[in-house]
Ligand binder design. Structure first.
Ligand code: HEM
Length: 546
């Protein structure tokens, strides 16, 4: 799914979250202007012809024919008439367009040239290409990106392939549109946009500490795995108020298979092919949804038994979790299935992104010792004032300005979501171009974040760049910094993700020292992460108290 970093066309998937970035310490000293594309994943793999039923073969042939026709039309239109108004570009080879070039770029440690070269060749930050069976306009232009984000739901709409939509469920926030989307988005923001609430902050702190308590005084851990545990348990708590235990563990086992499905090839009739990753993901989805349904049903029954709590007084009482928000919202009109899909999509949405953000922040800091030293000092100062054992409070979070610079810079450099896909609902006029109704558009955040015109030494991890006053506001205002998107689909978890990572860094640097257990590197296919999950050797600090 585009948000998760997957871009699917027909039966293919391409990761959007692709973010390539050389590790800061090894970043090239030169800083070519960088523009970034989405991340490729495997192209649609045709079903094995030998064993395929005739119906499938006929469908496959029809698809191929449609793709060929699409390509021919795109190629013709780029040469004459109205298509002269399309942003410049090339449709590449018949059928595959430029898909293979895109994929191979993202399989290297430096995928930037896919966009850079085209921007340079066409002299335009907006260009046309043809990937995954579809003509697609790429934007590396912050002004156009802003327009696209703001126009969501009107001139453009987000578009997900059916394979992703099936895993998410029809009532997922990511799939709803129009007034229903606005209502659900506001509700989500109300819940997730309040990490300042004392119970939530205390809970994040407790969860992080509980995970770290599981680490031996001297041990090797794969940081990404640990970060994922924290993120999953935290989201479950936010949704249904269940603490880590056998229930969360059994749901997590299925959930991991579901997540794998987003990055797999959705073979036709996958529900009949349980040995494929996508087939297993479909099964896992049923189990995760079933577990959530059981909890939600029980809560609905409890509510019926205890009577509705819709009075004025109750509105003022902070809801204990997302299910309670849903049960109370809109006169309690959400159906069980709507609530299940909604919770499931929240569980999916922040998992990979927040965990990789935590891991990469530690990796970049490890490779930039001066930044790590400054960060440690900031957190030790907080501890000096509070004493060793006190839980973190909101005022402590507010005393972490350098930590926020580290998080901003990790987001800028890592590009966990390298951009978002939209589809034009109408002809779109931008500069001298017209992007026709129905056309797919990719707004690349990464291309902007790594562009030397906007950021000096754009490919170097430099958290100090965010220290200057108002830098963040002006970068966000000009759409030069959009790691969480913008407009009506602005990520509702943006504040929560920051708080989780801040608390995690606080507890890590004040209780442990560490070094890389083995060399690890960033990979960008099918998503941005480190190849080995960043194994580190941890040493508990002698003065740390648990
Ligand atoms: C580093 C962490 C994160 C990053 C970089 C990130 C990034 C994004 C981006 C770029 C979008 C916009 C997608 C679009 O416009 O199509 C988005 C949407 C969304 N995010 Fe996040 N996100 C993060 C964490 C979270 C967390 C922790 C949650 C919730 C627990 C969350 C929930 C969502 C949801 C539900 C949407 C869809 C909103 C809608 O369609 O209205 N995200 N996120």
């Amino acid at each position: 799914m585009p948000y998760l970093g997957l871009f699917g066309v027909k039966d293919s998937l391409i990761s959007l979250t692709q973010s390539h970035f050389p590790t800061p310490a090894r970043a090239p000293s030169t800083d070519p202007s960088t523009r970034s594309p989405p991340t490729p994943t495997p192209t649609p793999t045709p079903m094995d012809a030998s064993g395929a039923p005739p119906l499938i073969l006929a469908a496959a042939a029809a698809l191929l024919l449609a793709a060929a026709l699409g390509w021919l039309l795109a190629a013709r239109s780029s040469k004459r008439g109205s298509a002269r108004l399309l942003p410049p570009g090339s449709t590449g080879l018949p059928l595959v367009g430029e898909t293979l070039r895109l994929i191979s770029a993202y399989k290297t440690p430096n995928p930037e040239p896919f966009i850079d070269d085209r921007v340079a060749r066409h002299g335009s930050g907006v260009f046309t290409t043809h990937v995954f069976g579809e003509r697609t306009v790429f934007s590396a232009d912050p002004a156009f990106n802003r327009l696209l984000l703001a126009a969501e739901g009107r001139a453009v709409g987000c578009s997900y392939p059916s394979s992703i939509a099936t895993l998410l469920g029809p009532h997922s926030l990511l799939l709803t549109r129009g007034p229903a989307h606005r209502r659900l988005h506001t509700l989500t923001l109300t819940r997730l946009g309040r990490p300042a609430s004392p119970p939530l902050l205390a809970h994040i702190d407790r969860l992080v500490l509980a995970t770290m308590r599981g680490w031996e005084p001297a041990s090797t851990v794969r940081l990404l795995d640990e970060a994922k545990k924290i993120t999953f348990n935290l989201t479950v708590k936010q949704l249904v108020s269940i603490d880590p235990g056998p229930w969360t563990e059994s749901v997590r086992r299925e959930y991991v298979k579901l997540i794998d499905g987003f990055f797999s090839i959705p073979f036709p009739f996958a529900h009949l092919l349980p040995f494929t990753t996508y087939g297993q993901a479909l099964k896992a989805r049923k189990k995760v949804a079933g577990a959530l349904r059981e909890v939600i049903r029980k809560r609905m029954d409890d509510k019926l038994e205890n009577g509705c709590a819709n009075g004025k007084e109750d509105d003022k009482i902070e809801k204990k979790d997302m299910v309670e928000e849903l049960l109370e919202a809109e006169g309690g009109s959400f159906s069980e299935e709507e609530m299940v899909d909604f919770c499931l999509s929240l569980l999916v949405a922040g998992y990979e992104t927040t965990s990789v953000l935590m891991t990469l922040a530690v990796k970049f800091l490890t490779e930039t010792p001066t930044a790590l030293a400054q960060l440690k000092e900031e957190h030790e100062n907080i501890r000096d004032v509070k004493g060793k054992n006190q839980p973190l409070e909101w005022s402590d979070f507010k005393s972490m300005p350098f930590t926020q610079c580290v998080i901003n810079e990790t987001l800028r450099v890592a590009n966990l979501i390298s951009g978002v896909f939209r589809r034009a609902n109408t002809d779109i006029h931008f500069k001298d171009y017209v992007i026709p109704k129905g056309c797919k558009i990719f707004a690349s955040f990464r291309a902007v974040h790594l562009n030397t015109e906007h950021y000096e030494n754009a490919r170097t991890f430099d958290p100090w760049r965010w220290q200057s006053k108002n830098k963040l506001q002006s970068a966000v205002g000009a759409s030069l910094f959009t790691p969480f998107g913008g407009g009506p689909r602005l990520c509702p978890g943006y504040e929560l993700a920051r708080v989780v990572v801040s608390v995690f860094l606080h507890r890590l640097v004040t209780r442990f020292s560490w070094e890389e257990a083995e060399e690890d590197r960033l990979v960008f296919f099918p998503t941005t992460r480190t190849l080995k999950g960043y194994p580190i050797n941890l040493q508990r600090r002698p003065d740390s108290v648990f």
